[in-house]
Ligand binder design. Structure first.
Ligand code: SAM
Length: 222
């Protein structure tokens, strides 16, 4: 069953998602279905999205919800863990990792305040498993003042992440850009309407060999 259909037929707890996010979730999350998985969603609200992720990922998944509102604790159930704290507090996030291990997927649907989004990313992205996915949704808030946004504000996550595109390509910058964690441990950065998704991955060998008959002599006499 598709996630979209699951969402539509939900008649249990509240789920609050934009329609166009569903194909994006499927694109980045579907390979994790029915695998042993640690999934964190920042932002629990009515608890329905955690139930949806539990149904989607299947019986091997550990689903963890993080929220600052203590009332969200009531949505805990078998296979769904909820921890109460501030997404921008690295000590709180560290405790979650100590308890559940490194997450494979983090979905940030929390406060959407730029400072919080960045603090969570800075701590959790390096703590993902090596092929993990970090997805931040509702990034239209990066253009809204009340969330610390603004098109020309260098502190929005959209503007900060534009520098990550340069970091991703640092090895080809002829020394202009220093290689960093993003360079070494990121496979891709995907931008969508209101979503940024990072796929972790380490490229061990960066070479551009040529193949084909045209290069036969070169290949025989390297
Ligand atoms: C958009 S709602 C989450 C919606 C939910 N994921 C869903 O799909 O139905 C945002 C949630 O983030 C929580 N929140 C706000 N500030 C937070 C913070 N600093 N740390 C953790 N959670 C926060 C709010 O209490 C609220 O429940």
């Amino acid at each position: 069953m598709s996630l979209w259909y699951d969402f539509l037929k939900n008649d249990d707890k509240l789920i609050f998602k934009w329609m166009h996010y569903f194909p994006i979730y499927e694109k980045h999350f579907s390979e994790w279905k029915n695998k042993t998985l640690t999934f964190i969603e920042i932002g629990v609200l009515g608890g329905g999205s955690l139930q949806m992720w539990k149904r989607y990922f299947g019986p091997f998944a550990t689903i963890i919800g993080v929220d600052i509102n203590p009332e969200c604790k009531q949505y805990e159930e078998d296979g769904v863990h909820i921890r109460i704290g501030d997404q921008s507090d690295p000590l709180f996030l560290q405790k979650i990792i100590e308890e559940f291990g490194q997450p494979d997927i983090v979905l940030d649907d929390g406060s959407h305040q730029m400072k919080h989004v960045r603090a969570s990313f800075d701590f959790l992205y390096p703590n993902l498993t090596k092929n993990g996915v970090y997805m931040i949704e509702d990034m239209h808030t990066a253009y809204w003042e009340e969330f610390g946004g603004g098109k020309n504000n260098p502190e929005t996550f959209i503007n900060i992440s534009k520098n990550y595109i340069d970091d991703l390509n640092a090895d080809h910058s002829r020394g202009e850009i220093a290689s960093n964690f993003i360079t070494k441990h990121t496979f891709s950065i995907n931008y969508y309407d209101s979503i940024v998704a990072f796929q972790r991955g380490d490229i061990k060998i960066k070479k551009a060999p040529r193949t084909g008959l045209f290069n036969l002599i070169e290949r025989l006499n390297p």
